[in-house]
Structure formats: structure tokens, C-alpha cells
Ligand binder design. Structure first.
Ligand SMILES: Nc1ncnc2c1ncn2[C@@H]1O[C@H](COP(=O)(O)OP(=O)(O)OP(=O)(O)O)[C@@H](O)[C@H]1O
Length: 628
């Protein structure tokens, strides 16, 4: 953060210098008033002293407004740079590190904390320097007027400063707590709002309102503590200056009465003392703001240090020759890949892949099947290099992906995810997201290939129809086809389809299978499929179980020799009768799926069936039209 502020030191220094010129003009004003009193007392002409005074007033006003403009501008520049850097780092963050952070807290740090950083690094820093200079200048001039009066003033101010410094220390601590509480509150709001339908369906509104209310209450309490220390900071200084003023007026008037001091000097001294009050208060307000800003700087710095994706080692092989993948080499190879996710702040390991090896030809359809949790999606995430393998290697056309630039890897690999990721924006923007330069013809072709032409034709604004958050405004199946069209527009060399047809109806799925066939003549298609129809005519099938490749082959071959495949295929056949020839060998008792019969009473703590009575349904009488 300091380095960002360092890039704007020119403007900051200009602002501070202008402020110091304003300080000079302000400090000269009591002196000019003293001269005016002397001239009036001595019967001398007043035009000169009055002109001096007016010139000082005007110069003071001009310099302080120029200073405010320069410092404000530097502040905006600093916050702009901090946000630009943060957003860049967030978008390139390593997914493991990113997954440990709460998204709401990230949002608070990026939006609110950066605003506090702006105030701390520009306004309050300048305020500290300028009001500090005013105080020092005033103190020196007051020393020159009268040493003893100044000594009295200093002792009152020193006592007040000790209290204020102790308060500022406490303020920093509670400000940090308050920033963290605000982040936790925002994090929970984000968690709930992103799953609002689930919250409603689970009737969890009251529970969530209470939980978030608790976090809001914690934020309120720490906010009140911040406020309390802030509220004590200024009065502690005010009491010091007011005490000093009372003593100075009393002692000074006694000295004037005894003839030991002249009235002009006492008036000038008192004016300096008055002038000291506001900068002193501003100084300690600046301390308060800076201290709160430091808490924000700490949080923003922490976020900026989020681990980043590595873009491959220095001196990587030139990615250009990869272009379309060579036909004679496998498009993707896994060599004894081991991988574990790291969860939470403690980075506890979840071992997922335990030595996976297989290869995918450069053309054709490779289907990946296996029970839930076998590690199929994880494999795709490793091909996209969202995570790095712990051991072994993943190769693209013979090149270890760790040695390729990320941009090359992700340009070559197109990924249609399990949860179709559509975004707020028009359908066209969603379609061309991975290839913003795609022309209209290409868009039309991709839309047709994904079976979206008639869907889009029925929308009021066609391709320019706006979608809501997460692509709301389209059905699940339509969103999925949108993502497929987007990936097609990317023209990848390897296309990953993660259960991409799970949301398609049978007709659309049949059409889509034809599309996949056509695409697979041009590139390598790897499809995670739960439907047998997707895998039955795949060129290669990889069967996964428990983080290992259990078998590879084609359908008929696997039906003969792999129990798990036979079982998976059998269960799928139930959903899609007539698609598959009968198994070559009768299933053993062990392999056969047991039909599910409901237990006599529910075993998971459900009450036995009591029937839906008015009482259990908590029915209320329906009001008639008139009652309403
Ligand atoms: N981000 C993550 N952090 C920690 N563990 C994860 C993460 N994602 C997945 N896992 C774990 O990794 C294992 C494999 O998950 P994966 O999604 O790869 O399975 P899958 O075979 O695709 O399953 P499904 O067919 O149900 O989608 C699971 O046990 C899961 O709990």
C-alpha cells in the first residue's frame, strides 16, 4: 500500500506545500493584528496594516482551497490504483487461497476499506502534517512572545496529549475489530442472498435473520466503541487548550496590570492560542482517522497478498506451436496424478486423486464415468489448471501444463461446467464472453449447434435480451445450452463437458449428441456423463472409482469385463429403456441393484406417518371476499 501512495507523492507533496503556505498565512494573521493594534494605539496610519491583513486572509483562503483540491485528487488517484491492483489480484487469485476467504468480506475490503485507505493516506495524512505544522509554528511564535506564558500553555497541552495518545491507541484496536465485524456481517449477507431460494425453501428466514442480526449487533457494538473513543479524543484536547486559555488570560492580565507585559503582546499571544485550538483538534481528529485508516490498510494489504496463480516458470516453451493440437499425440494425458484439496484456514487435506493415469486422443469423444465423488470434476479442474497437481503431471499435446502459460492452457481448453455459469448481461455478451471478437455468423452457428435458435427467437429482444444474476431469466437447460454455445465459440482444442447434458430433455439431448459427435471430429471432447446415451458410442470410456482409473475401453468391452461399469450402465438403462443391448453376462447377486423398499417407519428420526390433518398443516380458515 505504501508503494501505491509513493506513486502519488508528487501531488501529495504539492498539496502539503500549499497547505504549509496556508499555515504561514494563517500564522502571520495574529502578528498583523498585533501591528494593527499598535498602529491604532500609536495614532499611525492604518491602511498599511489593514492591507497586510486582507492580503493574508486572501492568501490563506486560496492556499487552503488549492491544498484541499490537490490532496483530494491524490486521494482519488490512490484509491483508484489500490482498487485496480486489488481487482487484478483477486481475478488472478489461486482458487485454493480464494476459497478460504468469505466473498462478502472480500467485497467489504475492496469497496469500503479502500475508501478508508483513501482518507488515511491523503486527507488525514495531510491534515496531520498541516495542522502539526500550524501547531509547531504557533508554539514557536508564542515562545518568542513570552517564554513563561508558553511554558504554562505547554504543560496544559502536554497533559491533554498524553491522554489523547492513549485514547488513539485504543481507537486503533477497536477500529480493527469494527472493520473485521463489518466484513463478517457482509460475508453472511452475501452467503444468504446468494442462496435465497434455499433459505426460503428451508423456512430459514427467521434463523438467518437472527444470525445476521447477531453479527449486525456485534458490528454496532464495536462501532459504538469506535465512536466513544473518537468522541473522547477531541474533548480531551479541548479541555487542555481551554485550561491553558484560562490560565494565560488570568496570569497575562495580572502582568499587564503590573506593567510587565504590553496589551498588544498579550492579545497576539491569546490569538495564537485561539488559533492553536482548531489545528490541535484537527490534528487529533486526523490521528483518529489515520488510525482507523491503518486498520483498513492492514485488511487491504492482507487481501492484496492473496496467493496468485503462477503463470508457468520463466522461459516456458513457446505456446504458439500448440495451436490446433497435433493429431498424432494424445490431446490430454494424466501421468500418475495425485491431488488433494486444502480446506479452511488450516489447509486440511482432502485426498481426491490417488495416482490417475490415462490418455485422451486428439480427436473423438472420451467419456468419463464413475460414482459420485470419484474425482471426475476434479480431473477437469486440473486440466484447466485451476489447481496444481501434488504429484505426477497433466500434459496437453505432450507438454506439461505447468510449463505452459495459463492463457495458452485456458485458450486451448473449453469448459462447460456442472453448474452452468451464466452471468448478468445480455445473451450476446454471455455467448461471446470467451471470444469477444466472434462475428454474428459464428454466434448464429454456435447458437444453432447448441439448439438455442428457437429459444432465442422467442425472446422479446433476441440476443440482446438481458439476463439477471447467474443468468436468471432462462431455464436450467437453456442456461446449460448457452454455456455450451459459449464454449463452442471459443473453438477449443479440448472441450470438457461436465454432465453438460444433465439439464437437456431427451430430444435436445439427442440433437446435442449429434453436435458433440460433429465437434469431436474437430477436437478432443471429454464428457463426464451420467447418462448411458452420452457414453454408449464414445470412442473411449474412462471408468473412475475412489480417485483412481479403474478401467478404460469401449462400451461393449467394458460391459464384459468391468463390474462397476456394468452396474452404472444398468442403473442408467432404467432411465433410458431400449438404448442398450442386454448385458452379455447375467449380473451376479452382488452386482444387482437392490430395489428400494420403504422401511416400516422412517429411520432418520422422522415421525411415523401421522397423516396430514388440519392440525399438522396448521390450516387457518380462508377469509371470504367480504372479510378480505
Ligand atoms: N473445492 C473443494 N474443496 C475440498 N474438497 C472438494 C472440493 N471439491 C470437491 N471436493 C471433494 O473431492 C471429491 C471429488 O469431488 P468431484 O467433484 O471431483 O467428484 P465427481 O466424481 O465429479 O462427483 P459428482 O459425480 O458427484 O459430480 C469429493 O469427495 C468432494 O467432497
Amino acid at each position: 500500500m505504501a508503494s501505491v501512495a509513493g506513486q502519488h507523492t508528487g501531488l501529495l507533496i504539492a498539496g502539503v506545500l500549499l497547505g504549509l503556505l496556508g499555515v504561514g498565512a494563517a500564522l502571520a494573521q495574529p502578528w498583523a493584528i498585533g501591528r494593527l493594534i499598535e498602529a491604532a494605539g500609536g495614532g499611525a496610519p492604518l491602511t498599511g496594516p489593514i492591507a497586510q491583513l486582507v492580503a493574508l486572509f486572501c492568501a490563506g483562503a486560496l492556499f487552503s482551497s488549492l491544498q484541499a483540491y490537490a490532496i483530494g485528487r491524490a486521494g482519488e488517484n490512490i484509491v483508484f490504483d489500490v482498487r485496480r491492483i486489488l481487482v487484478g489480484r483477486l481475478l488472478r487469485a489461486d482458487l485454493t487461497a480464494f476459497g478460504k476467504e468469505s466473498q462478502g468480506d472480500i467485497f467489504t475490503r475492496t469497496v469500503t476499506d479502500t475508501s478508508l485507505v483513501k482518507i488515511a493516506l491523503s486527507q488525514s495524512l495531510a491534515q496531520l502534517i498541516i495542522s502539526g505544522a500550524t501547531v509547531i509554528g504557533g508554539v514557536v511564535l508564542m515562545f518568542l512572545i513570552d517564554l513563561w506564558l508558553m511554558a504554562i500553555t505547554m504543560s496544559c497541552l502536554a497533559a491533554a496529549s498524553i491522554v489523547s495518545i492513549a485514547l488513539a491507541r485504543k481507537l486503533r484496536k477497536v477500529a480493527l475489530e469494527n472493520r473485521d465485524d463489518t466484513g463478517a456481517f457482509a460475508g453472511d449477507i452475501q452467503r444468504v442472498l446468494s442462496a435465497l431460494p434455499t433459505v426460503k425453501a428451508s423456512r430459514a428466514e427467521s434463523r438467518e435473520a437472527a444470525r445476521i442480526g447477531g453479527l449486525a449487533e456485534r458490528t454496532r457494538r464495536s462501532g459504538i466503541r469506535v465512536n466513544a473513543y473518537n468522541a473522547l479524543l477531541m474533548p480531551s484536547m479541548n479541555v487542555g487548550t481551554q485550561g491553558a486559555l484560562a490560565v494565560v488570560v488570568g496570569v497575562g492580565m495580572a502582568w499587564v496590570a503590573r506593567g510587565e507585559m504590553d496589551m498588544a503582546s498579550l492579545t497576539t499571544f491569546i490569538m495564537y492560542l485561539f488559533q492553536l485550538v482548531s489545528p490541535l483538534v484537527m490534528f487529533f481528529m486526523g490521528v483518529g482517522q489515520f488510525v482507523q485508516g491503518r486498520a483498513a490498510i492492514h485488511r487491504v494489504d492482507e487481501l492484496a497478498r492473496l496467493a496468485q496463480e503462477s503463470d508457468g516458470p520463466e522461459g516456458v516453451a513457446d505456446p504458439a506451436p500448440l495451436g490446433r493440437l497435433a493429431r498424432h499425440r494424445p490431446a490430454v494425458e494424466f501421468h500418475d496424478v495425485r491431488f488433494a484439496y486444502r480446506r479452511g484456514k488450516q489447509a486440511e487435506k482432502t485426498q481426491v486423486l490417488n495416482g490417475v493415469s490415462f490418455s485422451v486422443p486428439a480427436r473423438g469423444l472420451t467419456a468419463v464415468v464413475g460414482p459420485s465423488g470419484a474425482g471426475k470434476t476434479t480431473m477437469f479442474q486440473l486440466i484447466e489448471r485451476f489447481y496444481s497437481v501434488d504429484r505426477g503431471s497433466v500434459r496437453l499435446s505432450g507438454h506439461d501444463i505447468e510449463a505452459l502459460p495459463l492463457d495458452t492452457v485456458r485458450g486451448l481448453v473449453g469448459y462447460v461446467q456442472q453448474d452452468s455459469a451464466a452471468m448478468r448481461g445480455t445473451i450476446r455478451e454471455n455467448l461471446t464472453y470467451a471470444n469477444p471478437h466472434a462475428g454474428d455468423d459464428a454466434v448464429r452457428e454456435a447458437v444453432a449447434m447448441a439448439g438455442l435458435t428457437s429459444v432465442i427467437a422467442h425472446l422479446p429482444r433476441g440476443l440482446d435480451t438481458e439476463l439477471g444474476d447467474q443468468g436468471s431469466g432462462l431455464s436450467g437447460g437453456q442456461r446449460q445450452r448457452l454455456c455450451i454455445a459459449r464454449t463452442l465459440l471459443q473453438q477449443p482444442a479440448v472441450m470438457l463437458l461436465d454432465e453438460a447434458t444433465s439439464n437437456l430433455d431427451s430430444d435436445s439431448e439427442r440433437d446435442f449428441r449429434d453436435v458433440v459427435r460433429r465437434i469431436s471430429r474437430r477436437c478432443a471432447v471429454i464428457a463426464i456423463a451420467h447418462r448411458i446415451s452420452t457414453v454408449i458410442d464414445a470412442d473411449k470410456i474412462v471408468v473412475m472409482e475412489g480417485g483412481r482409473v479403474r478401467a478404460t475401453g469401449v462400451h461393449h468391452d467394458l460391459m464384459e469385463r468391468d463390474e462397476l461399469y456394468r452396474r452404472l450402465a444398468g442403473s442408467q438403462l432404467l432411465a433410458e429403456p431400449g438404448l442398450m443391448p442386454p448385458p452379455t453376462a447375467p449380473a451376479t447377486a452382488h452386482e444387482r441393484m437392490e430395489p428400494w423398499t420403504p422401511p416400516p417407519s422412517f429411520a432418520l428420526g422422522w415421525p411415523p406417518h401421522v397423516g396430514l390433518t388440519e392440525q399438522t398443516l396448521q390450516l387457518r380458515p380462508i377469509k371470504s371476499e367480504e372479510q378480505r
